[in-house]
Ligand binder design. Structure first.
Ligand SMILES: Nc1ncnc2c1ncn2[C@@H]1O[C@H](COP(=O)(O)OP(=O)(O)O)[C@@H](O)[C@H]1O
Ligand SMILES: [Mg+2]
Length: 100
């Protein structure tokens, strides 16, 4: 939810957000959330998963991605990001099958 909210915030009117669910192998799914919003600078990209890093001033807490990173890691998964300033961003969540 935080990743989708971030994508909305970064989007302009008429922008798009694409969410894909992909089966990588028998034990792994990948969720990809892409937007064609503001994108993230190379310098900011180094910091976005750190607690309290935000470019939104009083409107941001900077906790969303650090908490998301923690949850995904604890589940045994992985979160990656690709982004280009002025072009957009893609976040990929790799999630392992949980034991029933
Ligand atoms: N889809 C995105 N497009 C552009 N910037 C993003 C995107 N997702 C995250 N960011 C950047 O990462 C920062 C940290 O995000 P987050 O941890 O969710 O905190 P917050 O949303 O409170 O700022 C944001 O302030 C923003 O600079
Ligand atoms: Mg956020």
């Amino acid at each position: 939810l935080n990743i989708i909210t971030n994508a909305f915030t970064a989007s302009k009117d008429g922008g798009w957000i694409k969410i894909a669910l992909e089966k990588r192998d028998i034990n792994t799914v990948a969720v990809t959330i892409c937007d064609n919003g503001t994108g993230i600078s190379e310098e900011d990209l180094k910091h976005i998963f750190e607690p309290f890093f935000s470019t939104k001033g009083e409107f941001g807490t900077g906790l969303g991605l650090s908490i998301t990173h923690e949850i995904i890691t604890r589940l045994g998964g992985k979160i990656t990001v690709e982004s280009t300033l002025g072009v957009g961003s893609c976040f990929t969540l790799i999630l392992p099958r949980t034991k029933a």
